[in-house]
Design a protein around this ligand. Structure first.
Ligand code: UD1
Length: 362
């Protein structure tokens, strides 16, 4: 049996294609069985359930229901919960995806019980150790047995730190598998009609990183600069619960901002596909915009996904929102770079992962 771990929103689109590929192998000789473990790191329907529904992910076999907490509280609750599951029955391999607290916590719990760990999206590095995700990546990769990477540079990062070349497999990007698989299912959110949105006439923003959103006045300023630099174009902001809480404490926020609840997958990517540009501090969104060829401005100093900048449509603006003004000038002059789709972002990463797991462990 394989344990597949998913805990937070960006995990769900990464795990869906692996599940689909494992299901497609069902009833073939030596086909792997799996158990889906939801840690409960994200628990609102809008952050979790809607993704299961839309992406056809089966009900989890186990839900650890850990919910929110400080970094250590959440991580330790996941470790304790998963350790209990492992002591009842251990899988042949534990597959963790991405870089959230659930990824690191389950990798540690599994390894300490001598269960082998495979890390999907291993090897990416921002170099910024102030991000909780970077710590999660470093710890997870330092104890994983097998790595599935999204780029050659991620594979190189692992080899530089001594990983065994035979255990580092460049498979492509499961998040892009999910986008490709769902491209013709994308659908307009309610706000499309209500706000009179139309093709290339609005900007989408997503912000949830502590460095951008934890201070209410800083967040309000970021939003103000963005709205001003969009010069009358609508600015649509599907808002993460963490950001929403902070906004509630800000003195004022631009009144013409279109503030939405977190959107389901198909609605969110519809908005992205028809946007003039996306302004974000997410990593996954920079991959989706690169695939869709939509201009993307990242409000961060670093990225763990360099191919979105060197090949794709993403530009790192840094953490000063004033840079959005220059970014919007380039966009409005029609001079944004066109971008290319990175190698092996071909919709088949999930299949490659399932096949490798089968060969190695079954
Ligand atoms: C987590 C990941 C981040 C990822 C993001 C995507 C870590 C360290 N961070 O950040 O890498 O990009 O998910 O969304 O794992 N909350 C709710 N409902 C929910 C979930 C969260 O209201 O379903 C609120 C809670 O108040 C919580 C806060 O959001 O305290 C933050 O949630 P948490 O899971 O700690 O981290 P994220 O900011 O979501």
């Amino acid at each position: 049996m394989i344990d597949l771990i998913a805990g937070a929103r960006p995990n769900f689109m990464k795990i869906a294609p692996i599940i689909r590929a494992l299901e497609a192998m069902r009833d073939t000789p030596n086909s792997p069985t799996y158990r889906l473990i939801h840690t409960g790191q994200h628990y609102d329907h809008k952050m979790s359930g809607s993704f299961f529904d839309q992406l056809g992910i089966p009900e989890p076999d186990v839900n650890l229901n850990v919910k929110s907490g400080s970094q250590a509280e959440q991580t330790s609750a996941i470790m304790m919960g998963y350790e209990g599951v492992l002591t009842e029955s251990a899988p042949r391999v534990c597959v963790v995806v991405g870089d959230v607290n659930s990824t690191m916590a389950c990798a540690i719990a599994a390894k300490k019980l001598n269960v082998r760990v495979a890390h999907v999206e291993g090897g990416i590095r921002s170099g910024d150790r102030e991000m909780p995700e970077e710590i999660n990546r470093l710890v997870t990769d330092s104890i994983s047995d097998l790595f599935f990477t999204t780029s050659r540079s991620a594979s190189e990062n692992l080899l530089k730190t001594g990983a065994n070349a035979a255990d580092v497999i460049f498979v492509g990007n499961t998040m892009i598998d999910t986008l490709q698989y769902n491209l013709d299912k994308l659908c307009a959110p309610e706000a499309w009609e209500k706000e009179g949105l139309s093709d290339s006439k609005y900007v989408v923003i997503t912000l949830h990183r502590p460095s951008n959103v934890d201070d209410p006045e800083n967040l309000a300023r970021v939003l103000e600069v963005i709205v001003e630099s969009c010069r009358g174009m609508k600015v649509v902001f599907p808002c993460h619960p963490r950001t929403r809480q902070v906004l509630g404490r800000a003195r004022s926020i631009p009144s013409d901002l279109v503030l939405l609840e977190p959107l389901p997958y198909l609605e969110f990517n519809y908005l992205v596909k028809f946007a003039s540009a996306v302004i974000t501090d997410s990593g996954g969104v920079t991959e989706e915009t690169t695939f869709l060829g939509i201009p993307c401005m990242t409000l961060r100093d670093t990225t763990e996904r360099p191919e979105t900048v060197t090949l794709g449509t993403n530009v790192l603006l840094g953490s000063d929102p004033e840079a959005v003004r220059q970014g919007m000038d380039v966009l409005l002059r029609g001079e944004w770079k066109k971008g290319q789709i990175p190698e092996k972002w071909d919709g088949r990463a999930g299949e490659r992962i399932a096949q490798e797991l089968k060969v190695r462990f079954f």
